[in-house]
Write a protein that binds this ligand. Structure first.
Ligand code: AMP
Length: 185
């Protein structure tokens, strides 16, 4: 699942887990947990990348994801906020597992900005402030969006607009997933 910062990925993932039983893994959550883990050799590196809105090096992110996938003992994963850069997309599919499809959440920056500013009032996140948010938008446009284009060319992207209320957005997401999983089962 790919989308700009503040697009509502976390909310939609919770709905998908409830209805489709995926194991939900968020690249951002895994990185934040590693950043806080006592004794982590990557804590400071992750902290500075997140604050700057930059893509954490793929070696760290892919290892965290792969470990979490193996530890779950499951086989169906909804990976939120990944891949965010072409190198990690290619490396993950080569060394871990190919993806089935990409869900892309589309939203104008003004809408995401308002959501992030609101979230920043209570989130306690180092990167929900205006300077970090602007950097995250730039990273999304320059580095993450090319991943959406790459998978689009392969016919693997489903795009959903996220401007409306979460339940309206989820209605559209569910139609896509119902279709995909009834075809495959
Ligand atoms: P998120 O929780 O999805 O908003 O991500 C917060 C921050 O974590 C991003 O701005 C990046 O610094 C980092 N991050 C999240 N996902 C990835 C990823 N797939 N690869 C590298 N860094 C990531």
């Amino acid at each position: 699942m790919i989308g700009g910062p503040g697009v509502g990925k976390g909310t939609q993932c919770a709905n998908l887990v409830r209805d489709f039983g995926f194991v939900h893994l968020s690249a951002g959550d895994l990185l934040r947990a590693e950043q806080e883990r006592p004794g982590s050799q990557y804590g400071d590196l992750i902290r500075s990348y997140i604050k700057e809105g930059k893509i954490v090096p793929m070696e760290v992110t892919i290892a965290l994801l792969e470990n979490a996938m193996l530890a779950s003992g499951q086989t169906r994963f909804l990976i939120d906020g990944f891949p965010r850069k072409m190198d990690q997309a290619l490396k993950f599919e080569e060394s871990v597992v190919p993806s089935k499809f990409t869900l892309y959440f589309e939203c104008p920056e003004e809408v995401m900005l308002q959501r992030l500013i609101k979230r920043g009032e209570t989130s306690g996140r180092d990167d929900d402030n205006i300077e970090s948010i602007k950097k995250r938008f730039k990273t999304f446009t320059e580095t993450s969006y090319p991943v959406v284009e790459y998978y689009s060319k392969k016919g693997k992207v489903h795009t959903v607009s996220c401007v409306e209320a979460p339940d309206v957005v989820y209605g559209k997401v569910k139609v896509i997933f119902d279709k995909l999983f009834s075809e495959n089962n």
